[in-house]
Ligand binder design. Structure first.
Ligand SMILES: Cc1cc2nc3c(=O)[nH]c(=O)nc-3n(C[C@H](O)[C@H](O)[C@H](O)COP(=O)(O)OP(=O)(O)OC[C@H]3O[C@@H](n4cnc5c(N)ncnc54)[C@H](O)[C@@H]3O)c2cc1C
Length: 328
């Protein structure tokens, strides 16, 4: 690890000013960034610690959420309103990492954590367009069990690793950001980029833009929501695939449905085609499979992950079936 300056920010505006210094990076809980610095995958000349900024989880009068970026993952998962009204979010956070890491990790850091592609981390042995633009991609043709089947490119097939973001994208969450030019909000689903021919550009944020909070709009149907993660080990493993879903059926037809996938794309993947196939239809096993097929029409599996489309199809059907049974 190369030497760096360290500053603890006292408020969001001061953090943004400090982040204007060349080579400065925000530091949340450090559970990803510090590893990247130690392993020479990333470099920083200064770390602006934003983990101690005041942060709370507020329930809006309409029943939505305003979640401070410095809220720890474990605090978010345990919040009574989140557990009761947005179980998909609580379950997704609990599906990630370990209790110790969730106690350290912040909401802002979780959103901006980097991919777990092994070639990205292998600084001495592998080519990676994300780490060294234009160097090539050793994942293609390599070990691709964890890689993308949707949204990848010839230049990069790394997946976004967050579980929390998959639930937040299904819930239409927006991200509030503060930068030198003021504040703006954007839908979380638009924050991360697809790799195209510039995989090193991962988000639409500038380096000195601070995530201040995540806003989750009210969604009464989300009391009937679920998150299922399929992985190689029962705990402490990243997703092979994951499904976040909200399902509400009225008078025998699907009234509200929200679906997002994890582990299959370079960004948390909102499954709008699957949703369109389901809404206003009578829920059946065949329809669930058709919905998955609609989303997977664009899938481009690699030699190491050809199992993913069918795994995703079956997991989506199981999650929707479970929500339907609970409603009955
Ligand atoms: C062994 C292990 C297993 C894991 N398993 C999982 C898993 O199964 N599922 C999962 O989802 N995650 C998993 N994780 C990842 C973990 O969730 C992330 O490391 C964590 O969420 C990052 O949060 P942090 O606050 O520590 O971020 P940091 O490491 O501090 O920062 C990460 C990035 O976010 C930026 N950043 C931080 N806060 C802000 C802000 N407010 N505004 C702008 N930029 C900011 C930093 O500059 C940095 O680029 C695992 C991690 C480890 C080490």
């Amino acid at each position: 690890m190369t030497p760096f300056a360290y500053r603890r920010a006292t408020d969001a505006a001061a953090a943004v000013m400090d982040a204007a210094a060349p080579g400065a990076r925000f530091l949340g809980g450090g559970t990803n960034l510090v590893d990247l610095l130690r392993q020479r995958v990333a470099r920083a000349d200064a770390l602006v610690d934003v983990s101690m900024l005041p942060a709370s989880i507020e329930v809006t009068p309409e029943g939505g959420l305003s979640i401070g970026a410095a809220v720890r993952n474990s605090t978010l998962a345990a919040h009574p309103h989140v557990r009761a009204h947005f179980p998909v979010l609580s379950r997704a956070v609990l599906a990630g990492a370990s209790a110790q890491i969730r106690n350290m990790a912040t909401v802002g850091g979780n959103i901006l954590q980097r991919t777990r592609c092994a070639y990205f981390y292998d600084v001495d042995g592998a080519r990676c367009n994300k780490r060294a633009p234009g160097s090539g991609c050793d994942a293609r043709g390599g070990f691709t069990r964890y890689h993308a089947i949707l949204g990848g490119s010839a230049h990069c097939v790394a997946t976004h690793p967050s579980d929390m973001c998959v639930a937040l994208v299904a819930l239409d969450a927006r991200v509030r950001v503060l930068g030198p030019r003021g504040e703006r909000t954007m839908p979380l689903v638009e924050l991360h980029r697809l790799p195209g021919d510039r995989p090193h550009l991962e988000t639409h944020l500038a380096p000195d833009e601070l995530i201040v909070s995540v806003e989750v709009p009210p969604l009464p149907a989300a009391t009937r929501s679920a998150y299922r993660k399929v992985r190689d080990r029962a705990s402490y493993a990243f997703a092979l695939i994951s499904v976040a879903a909200v399902l509400e059926v009225r008078e025998g037809t699907i009234d509200t449905v929200r679906i997002a996938f994890g582990g299959v794309a370079p960004k948390p993947w909102r499954a709008t085609r699957a949703e369109a196939a389901l809404v206003a239809q009578r829920p059946t096993e065949a329809l669930f499979r058709e919905a998955a097929d609609a989303e997977l029409a664009a899938a481009d599996p690699l030699s190491g992950n050809a199992f993913k489309p069918d795994l995703l199809r079956r997991t989506l059907a199981a999650v929707l079936r479970g929500l339907l049974e609970r409603a009955a």
